[in-house]
Design a binder for this molecule. Sequence first.
Ligand code: MG
Length: 160
Amino acid sequence: MISEKLQEAINKQIAAEIWSANLYLSMAFYFDKEGFAGFSHWMKKQSQEEMEHAYTMADYVIKRGGTAKVYQIDAVPQEWESPLNAFEHVYAHECKVSQLINDLVDLASSERDKATQDFLWGFVREQVEEEATASGIVDRIKKMGATAIFNLDQQYGARQ
Ligand code: MG
């Protein structure tokens, strides 16, 4: 059985994952409005992945005899200055998420809950990919400049 403290912390993380899903959906809408259909598609996929994280965490809490909850989700930003600015935001946000997951691992460790630590390591590893992907896109946009961004947009439109 999962401890109250850890259950509460994972439920907060579920809210953070849903907030992330909303952030990326908001970016998808922004990109659509700006004429970047590919980036919009990419962001919708990203948003779906974040919701999957929330479902996975909820399943885990329930499996461990806890109660999964949907806490209040704060409003997300709606405007960005440019595609570069939006992807810089993705990178900064993913770094923040990595920190939240690290803090959860520390809490699971202090609660001496080995199963939850093991469960969380999957997310720790995934954050390495999330950060690298976002910073890679930021680098590419910086190198390409404004005109070539549309090529990149088409490329990201093919994300599965
Ligand atoms: Mg996530």
